[in-house]
Design a protein around this ligand. Sequence first.
Ligand SMILES: Nc1ncnc2c1ncn2[C@@H]1O[C@H](COP(=O)(O)OP(=O)(O)OP(=O)(O)O)[C@@H](O)[C@H]1O
Length: 610
Amino acid sequence: EDQEWIQIKQALVQFMDKLSPVNAVPTNGNWGWNMSSDPCRDKWEGVTCHGKNSVKKIVLETSNLAGVLDANSLCTVKSVGVVSLKNNKITGQLTEEIENCRDLTHLYISGNQFSGDLPASLSQLNNLKRVDISNNNFNGELPDFSKISGLITFLAQNNQLDGKIPDFDFFNLKEFNVSNNNFSGPIPDVKGLLQNDSFFGNPQLCGKPLQNACPPAPQTSIMPKKSRKSWFEKLLLLSGYIILGLVVVCFFLYKLVSKKKIREDGEKGRNKKIAANDAASTVPSTTISSSVKDGSGQKTSEYSLSSVENGMAPPLVVLTSPLLRGLSFEELLRAPAELLGRGKNGSLYKVMLDGGVNLVVKRIRNCGISSEKFKTRMTQIDQVKCRNVLPAVAFYCSRQEKLLVYEYQPDGNLFNLLHGSSNGQIFDWGSRLSVADIIAESLAFMHQELHEHGIAHGNLKSMNILFNMSMEPCISEYGIMEVENQDGSLLSPNNGIESPNAGHADSTFKGDVYEFGVILLELLTGKLVQQNGLDLPGWVHSVVKEEWTVEVFDKALIQEGASEERMVSLLQVALQCINSTPYDRPSMSRVSAMIKSIKEEEERSISSDP
Ligand SMILES: Nc1ncnc2c1ncn2[C@@H]1O[C@H](COP(=O)(O)OP(=O)(O)OP(=O)(O)O)[C@@H](O)[C@H]1O
């Protein structure tokens, strides 16, 4: 036996000696934990190993253990991930040496008689997922768990812990309870994710979700407490305010008058130029000015077209929609609009046309494509008709300005469905699998149709999966940006160079495969892609490596009784998609086929259920 394994055995025997000084179950001397046998081979009670000598779990629950927890010996066993000593009579402290159990994911020591402060080093164990220290006599303050973003359970009810409740990564926590302690002060922002039963029984605790509001923070002021101004001073101050007010009003009146004049001048000029109708030599620039509210309280945004040099606007190219027959660029710009968001690729406006048609206009920032290419590209994308890819209904394109027009989709996006407030909506396993299936199939179709032009989506994310009127998912913003290659060069599929770029084209499409894999991870875990410096693919990889695969799945899916087998299959598809080597990622058509077979299995199992 190698020396290291002997040391581990010794540490385990010592750990048990300290836990069970009275030989609680003496039948076979501490459940066989002794130097003459082997923890893994001879299956010591409560010990689970992986392979020949790697101890993974120590589970000794409700076993009358009345000693102390020797963290020093325990954490000599570096491989241990799960320690459960629930419901015994263990006394003493949880000591700092627990920090050496670097691989610890589950620590269950509830229902004992632990006392004293919790070690600050607990917050260094960043693989922790579930911590249950409830029903003990711990006191003192809680360590800072906010950086352990994989933590999903924290139970510390029924102790004598005090001080303020530190911040946690509440977004990821699925169970949290600190009730019946002596905590005080305001509860950190739990983002509406917890109820008051997580906190009650702490008389000095205040703020949401408890009923008792916190007292207002004491007012501090740099002014002396009582400044008794004479009436003359007050009068002076008042007249100062009045003069300032008048100046502001005059300024706004002046602005209003001059703006109106500029607009009238511009209008006259432009009408003349439109009449001239000479599109070839033109370079207009469109500016969308800031939103203002109109009389009805509705937000309107005023677009003002100012021609650079002596040019005029090229026409709006209407692609598919019969709704937009005859719509001119000017009409579009003049319609009331509301800013929906500003992303990295530009701003998005909801535009309300007469007759109740709602559109969205994406004003693209630095798309890196020439006007000519943009036109060709939009036309090529438009020719591929795919039911679940939202078509642009029109576009506008000048040298400085690129606008894309879509129909407004009122039923939200996948991001909000997964991460927004649920509003009672249930997003069950069957629906998630359907969304995955539809998106994969549509993307595979688009890739196939646009392969020769090298146009991938380029910015696939849950926010770009919209739901249409019949709640079917639709991919939006297909191909609006030029995708950068791994080597930093832009992919120009029509630049005449054939074969050397074929690899690049593939890597562009493989970028979509990666982004689709991340969407699958969001569907499976219910977690955000990026949070507190933790990235979802990295986290999933680490959990899967730890062989705690089930821990990655959204709790709602587990509760619903979704098939673990099929969730694992879908997870495997996702992991293939996010392979760090683009070449090794499957094509979208392969991904789609894999998802279809998982879906078919799911359907078979439902129909064979009684
Ligand atoms: N056609 C549409 N109908 C309704 N809502 C839409 C439509 N297109 C986009 N949205 C929503 O508008 C919001 C802003 O969209 P936008 O595309 O500007 O954001 P983004 O995707 O983060 O930006 P970017 O693509 O530039 O990174 C999102 O919530 C998106 O779901």
